[in-house]
Design a protein around this ligand. Sequence first.
Ligand code: AMP
Length: 299
Amino acid sequence: MSLLVIGTLAYDTIETTTEKRTDVLGGSAMFFSVAAAAFRPVQLVAVVGKDFRPRDLEMLAKCGVDTSGVEHAEGRTFRWSGRYESDWNTRHTIETQLNVFEKFDPKIPPAMRGAKFVFLANASPVVQAKALDQVSHSTFTVVDTMNLWIEIMRPELMALLRRVDGVVLNDEEARMLTGERNLLKAASLVLGMGPRYVILKKGEHGAFLMGSDVHFSLPAYPVGKVVDPTGAGDTFAGGFMGYVASQGNIAPKTLRKGMLYGTVAASYCVEGFGVEALEGRGLRDFDGRYDELLGIVTP
Ligand code: AMP
């Protein structure tokens, strides 16, 4: 069934302990789209500036992403820069330049408004709410967010949480949102804020899914060499939503299998800068690691 994503397309500057790269293709909707498109075509709504390289949109189209909802605005593309410490879990945002994203007023093309599966990728909750206003009769709407928005737009985010079916958060965001250190308790508190499902991502320690009819936990896929974890969360969401949308239902078993595919997608993402290790991966790659992961967690 149709899968729609709204979020950022970006050029990132990333510093790890061994390397620094500038203008790396990224953005929440970029990672999501590339991962989800391995399962089914993705419809993308986003904004880019005049500096966005045509070949980056061509790459998305080649992956199976409909980019007709990408707006080209005057100005520069969204930019984010961050630095990782040697443990990979500690990330410092050095700068966020909203650029064309600052005035982004998402317009979902009429043909995309009936999407059954909708992912509101990390973006301001105001933009996310405007996008949600335009979709009707979706089966499963999931939202992602980050520390910046929890800090500066908490009321808008709380209002949005009452309107969605699911939310994905990392451990730090869940603690910030709820004020609770224990992640199980934090997940319960998030469920009390509106969504029926919550996915909590714990970086290299895996992820869990909680809802009234499902509680499922997974370790991360063991990656030999992490190169750049940027986008792992969005990629996880892409693998998860891509699989779930391809099944067309949100039965507990589908959601659990989606968690495995999300974990596998994220494992490819962290093996390169930006989407370089993820693009070009097909279902055959995903299924290979899916079976390996199953082998690791099954007695
Ligand atoms: P993740 O590592 O999953 O948190 O995603 C990182 C990606 O999110 C990067 O490619 C950034 O360009 C993008 N990003 C960073 N900050 C924001 C923000 N405030 N809103 C939307 N996207 C962002």
